[in-house]
Design a protein around this ligand. Structure first.
Ligand SMILES: C[S@@+](CC[C@H](N)C(=O)[O-])C[C@H]1O[C@@H](n2cnc3c(N)ncnc32)[C@H](O)[C@@H]1O
Length: 183
């Protein structure tokens, strides 16, 4: 049976209230939680807070030697998340464009959940990640379900020589990329 931390439940309620459809699925949340728990000491970052669902999963895996920071450009969402996470002293939610978050580098782990940061901004994300740090991107379509043979976003990450990358199924219809920066 899948464990759902109480804060994740509250963030899901917020997403429901705001009719926000872009929160991560529970399988990705579980994955993030475990990966955060295993991350090296330092900054754990999130690009795209949304209603805080993935933040809540990540915070549940956070260790005392981690700092968590997440960025969101929508002021309404940012304010609602601030109120929801008011008792989470370890969480730092920033309002602004995702590039603001780069000031907090180096990241030991970063969940990239804004399209621009996955595409044009990928080099900036990689440069902000510590050597040995982990980058996670979800919302990919697994190879066997893909209509087009090429997926530029996926290829861009896989072909980057600074990274070792793998793709894992999160459900039968969805996949995520896990990348470790090695140089
Ligand atoms: C996929 S949703 C995030 C969902 C969240 N990570 C979760 O799984 O619960 C992407 C979020 O990024 C925000 N966003 C879009 N462009 C952005 C930008 N340039 N800078 C910061 N946030 C941005 C959107 O407003 C949206 O809330």
């Amino acid at each position: 049976m899948m464990f759902t931390p109480p804060l994740v439940g509250k963030a899901l309620e917020l997403a429901c209230k705001k009719n926000f459809q872009n929160s991560c699925i529970p399988e990705v949340g579980q994955l993030l939680r475990v990966l955060v728990a295993g991350a090296k000491p330092g900054v754990i970052a999130e690009i795209g807070t949304g209603c805080g669902v993935s933040s809540a999963w990540m915070l549940n895996g956070l260790q005392p030697y981690h700092q968590f920071v997440s960025v969101e450009k929508d002021s309404g969402l940012h304010q609602a998340v601030l109120e929801l996470f008011v008792s989470e002293a370890r969480a730092n939610f920033i309002l602004g464009d995702w590039r603001e978050l780069l000031k907090q580098q180096p990241f030991q782990l970063v969940f990239v959940d804004v399209g621009n940061a996955k595409d044009d901004g990928s080099n900036a994300v990689i440069e902000a990640t510590a050597i040995g740090g982990l980058i996670i991107l979800d919302d990919f379509t697994p190879l066997h379900l893909r209509k087009e043979q090429t997926d530029e976003r996926r290829e861009q990450w896989f072909s980057n020589r600074q990274l070792i990358v793998t793709e894992i199924l999160t459900t039968l219809e969805a996949s995520a990329l896990l990348a470790v920066r090695v140089s």
